[in-house]
Design a protein around this ligand. Structure first.
Ligand code: ZN
Length: 325
């Protein structure tokens, strides 16, 4: 309970970051993210040498599910969404994808295995070393016993702590890929340019928060384009029916928004001119290639793209919802 309270306090700090400055750090500064990430991990992992064994299950699938269901994980992901500036209903799998996060429970398991190693290597003359010979530790369901079983499940043999963690990490990433690549998933476009979990450089490269947020929204399908809103229509619209309500010239998906819709033609022309200065062959790319190039870019190009996304979303909002503008 004590840890949970502290984490709640941290979230309130993020509310504060969102509306102003924290000390000398500008709003949205990723330094704050690093600090809070560290604080959360330190508090969340308190005592995990013991409770981390709760992540051990009879199958890998159940273990991965348990890692995601950990209460602290939900809190962690909810503040990560807030920091990214995306809606709370944004598909959860996109958040670790963008920030390069692995479940906290995985670190908890690591602490368990490390602690067991520590006991194994402690001299028998020490109090800790003396317990390793105790038969009661090997009883079914006991801490040592569940770790042994988990180790066999992950590695099919006894492995070192890094081996175990690497294997479990690969399994988690494989499951993440399956979720994003699912045809019905909101992340079907995301899966075409994002194939693994790692921190995205654009989060550091785009300094203007509204521009960075616009790119994140577009990447993670946390936007109001018809390709997304059409799935909530009653009855649900087929993909072919989710046409652009502004230009009526095709399905309003991310590709249409970035490379085709005439509504943003002027902004797009400025963007393409700027990008062509950095990438001589840009004009020779087809629309799909342009889209993938822009959405995965870094440095000046992603900054220019962030500006385009922000401005285009604003134009769209003003046309679609003039009364709220
Ligand atoms: Zn359009």
């Amino acid at each position: 309970m004590g840890n949970y309270m502290l984490i709640t306090l941290d979230i309130s700090k993020i509310e504060f970051i969102d509306t102003g400055n924290v000390g000398t750090f500008k709003r949205g500064n990723w330094f704050v993210w690093v600090i809070l990430d560290y604080i959360l991990h330190q508090n969340a992992l308190y005592g995990s040498e013991i409770w981390g064994s709760l992540m051990c299950t009879k199958s890998i699938d159940k273990c991965l599910k348990k890692l995601e269901e950990l209460q602290i994980e939900r809190v962690y992901l909810s503040y990560a969404k807030h920091l990214l500036g995306v809606h709370k209903n944004t598909t959860t799998a996109a958040v670790p994808g963008e920030l390069g996060l692995l479940p906290i429970g995985m670190d908890a398991l690591k602490m368990c295995f490390k602690y067991r190693d520590h006991i194994v290597h402690s001299p028998v003359s020490s109090m800790l070393g003396a317990i390793k010979g105790e038969d009661c530790l090997k009883v079914d369901g006991m801490w040592w016993n569940v770790l042994d079983k988990m180790e066999l499940l992950i590695c099919n043999k006894q492995g070192t702590v890094p081996d175990l963690l690497n294997k479990l990490e690969s399994m988690f990433k494989e499951k993440w890929r399956c979720i994003t690549e699912n045809e019905e998933s909101k992340l079907r476009t995301y899966a075409t340019f994002k194939t693994n979990i790692w921190y995205e450089q654009y989060l550091s490269d785009i300094h203007e928060r509204s521009h960075r947020r616009a790119v994140t929204r577009l990447r993670t399908s946390s936007h109001g384009l018809r390709i997304e809103t059409g799935r909530y229509n009653k009855p649900k619209l087929t993909i072919e029916q989710r046409t652009c309500l502004i230009c009526s010239d095709g399905i309003e998906d991310e590709l249409h928004f970035v490379t085709k819709c005439g509504t943003y033609g002027e902004e797009r022309a400025k963007l393409y001119t700027n990008v062509a200065k950095e990438c001589k062959n840009f004009h020779a790319l087809n629309e799909k290639e342009k889209f993938h190039f822009l959405i995965s870019a870094e440095g000046d190009i992603i900054r220019a793209f962030g500006k385009y996304c922000h401005t285009a979303f604003e134009i769209r909002k003003n046309i679609m919802y003039p009364l709220t503008a």
